[in-house]
Ligand binder design. Structure first.
Ligand SMILES: Cc1cc2nc3c(=O)[nH]c(=O)nc-3n(C[C@H](O)[C@H](O)[C@H](O)COP(=O)(O)OP(=O)(O)OC[C@H]3O[C@@H](n4cnc5c(N)ncnc54)[C@H](O)[C@@H]3O)c2cc1C
Length: 483
């Protein structure tokens, strides 16, 4: 799939070994990997360092979710023998979100990376040749280039949308006044997390999802548990519906659904996915884009052998930990090429939706096992039986582990629960290193901890597979010993 590059003159010498475009999760890890290997590296960022995760994604959303959770717990304080409740002050909540962000920002700052030896350049990069990047009036040459320009929110083409001034995950964080009626379009991870957070902070939220289910990639019972949790919090969930048009109203706007229903709102948040940022900085001109996508092979190399790509821009798994991992792989392959390019894989990749309860998964779920024709057995453990969940007053959810038939080898684990993301780590480690449920069962877990749920699940697997003949034999033996 490589393009001929001899139409561009190759520089005799290069300013850098690697030039990384984009200072988000992928670009930061790419630059860090290069500088640790003592390569000379440039990192070019046009906006704030830290990219989506720090400025408009994981970090602010999780800070908002924390305040929302506390407000929710305050609203059920009497369940814990406490009087009163915690009233959200929206402007103060948003100020806290910004404070938390500012505290994390130094981890990703230009100063930190300059201190590590990275040449951080502020400005918009344009790739003008396989080894040349232009930033303002400066031209730099590099033996390899890594594109890590991320993704941006998709604004669906619905008539009237622009008139109602939609919010996106990029613009939301500037709000200081709580929208009393918030319409959220999109029931993926971002839509569900933010819908719940705003509802808990006092907005009246309506969530509209096109598909028949929220977070449709998960098993039906997982989606159902999430839906029940959102509805339980007061979010009105309208799934299997699409918005046909928007119009402005005296206050806010109105959405008309395809089935004729109308929804009035103060603000609308569009969270229908994020599109790779691939245009306007030279990639089309170099022939790297096909059908609107940046084409990379399984080594993260584009059609031009000196240019690699990583992170959300390659449109695979849009997560910070995927971006980081791909960023490292892209740099290693770029630095070592043409020798030893390695496939960029994400073995035992954990995914968490930070709603309450959290939704977490590693490996296959039942839906995917069916799709791929993979045979499996299921072991389930209900968190209503977990002492710690009962003590914390939050015993909703379950763990479901898929194993290879007749074996303890883990094919995947899905968890719904208050601490599902943390509980997932043990199953991820087990899968990554080929440990089965017997190993988890044979490991002592602290009591009363959330992680004990993993041991209890493994115990459930063991119990349901205990050989009946041996149990019968031991029953007879003990009866004989008593006689
Ligand atoms: C609301 C929300 C919540 C999220 N929560 C989570 C979560 O909990 N966990 C998780 O794993 N993921 C989460 N994500 C996803 C995560 O934020 C992204 O997957 C991750 O940030 C992608 O990193 P990246 O480096 O590929 O791209 P980005 O972080 O977008 O970085 C790309 C950078 O490139 C810069 N850039 C673009 N073009 C140019 C150019 N021509 N010149 C110079 N610079 C340029 C941009 O300014 C940007 O800073 C969330 C996303 C959102 C929106």
């Amino acid at each position: 799939m490589s393009r001929k590059v001899n139409i561009w003159p190759r520089p005799k010498a290069f300013d850098y070994n690697v030039a990384v475009i984009g200072g988000g999760a992928a670009g930061l890890v790419a630059a860090y990997t290069a500088v640790v290997a003592r390569a000379r590296v440039a990192l070019i960022e046009e906006r704030e360092m830290g990219g989506d995760c720090l400025n408009t994604g994981c970090v602010p959303s999780k800070a908002l979710i924390r305040s929302a959770k506390l407000a929710h717990e305050g609203a059920r304080a009497s369940d814990f023998g406490l009087n009163g409740r915690l009233e959200p002050d929206f402007a103060a909540v948003m100020a806290t979100v910004r404070e938390r962000l500012a505290k994390i920002a130094p981890h990703d700052s230009a100063e930190r990376y300059r201190g590590l030896g990275v040449d951080v350049i502020k400005g918009r990069a344009r790739v003008i040749a396989p080894w040349t990047v232009e930033v303002g009036d400066r031209r730099l040459t590099s033996r390899r280039i890594v594109i890590a320009t991320g993704a941006e929110p998709i604004l669906v083409a619905i008539p009237g949308l622009a008139e109602v001034e939609p919010l996106t995950s990029e613009t939301l964080w500037g709000l200081n006044k709580r929208p009393e009626r918030l319409l959220v379009i999109g029931g993926g991870a971002v839509g569900c997390e933010l819908a719940q957070a705003f509802q808990r902070l006092g907005s009246r939220v309506i969530l509209v999802e096109n598909a028949a289910r929220l977070i449709a990639l998960e098993d039906e019972e997982v989606c159902a548990a999430l839906r029940a949790a959102l509805v339980g919090d007061g979010v009105e969930v309208i799934d299997g519906a699409s918005v046909a048009s928007f119009s402005r109203a005296s206050e806010g706007g109105r959405a008309r659904l395809a089935d004729g229903r109308e929804i009035a709102f103060d603000r609308v948040l569009v969270a229908v996915g994020r599109r790779p940022r691939t245009s306007g900085f030279g990639l089309e001109e170099l022939g790297l884009i096909e059908n609107g996508r940046l084409v990379v092979d399984d080594r993260l190399r584009t059609r031009i052998p000196s240019i690699y790509a990583a992170g959300d821009v390659i449109d695979r798994l849009q997560f910070t930990h995927a971006a980081g991992r791909y960023g490292a792989s892209a740099t290693i392959n770029a630095l070592l090429s043409p020798f030893r390019p390695a496939k960029a894989t994400l073995p035992a990749f954990p995914m968490v939706v930070y709603t309450d309860p959290e939704i977490a998964r590693v490996g296959l779920n039942e839906q995917e096992a069916h799709e791929h024709g993979v045979a499996y057995e299921v072991t389930r453990y209900d968190l209503a039986d977990l002492d710690r969940a009962i003590l914390d007053g939050d015993d909703r959810g379950f763990i479901k582990v898929l194993t290879a038939p007749g074996k303890d080898r883990i094919l995947g684990a899905s968890i719904v629960g208050a601490r599902a993301g943390d509980m997932l780590a043990e199953f991820t480690l087990a899968m990554r290193h080929g440990l089965g449920l017997k190993a988890i069962f044979g490991t002592i877990h602290p009591y009363p901890g959330w992680t004990d749920a993993a041991r209890a699940t493994a115990a459930e697997w063991r119990r349901s597979r205990a050989p009946l003949w041996a149990l019968r034999l031991s029953e007879r033996l003990f009866a004989w010993l008593r006689a």
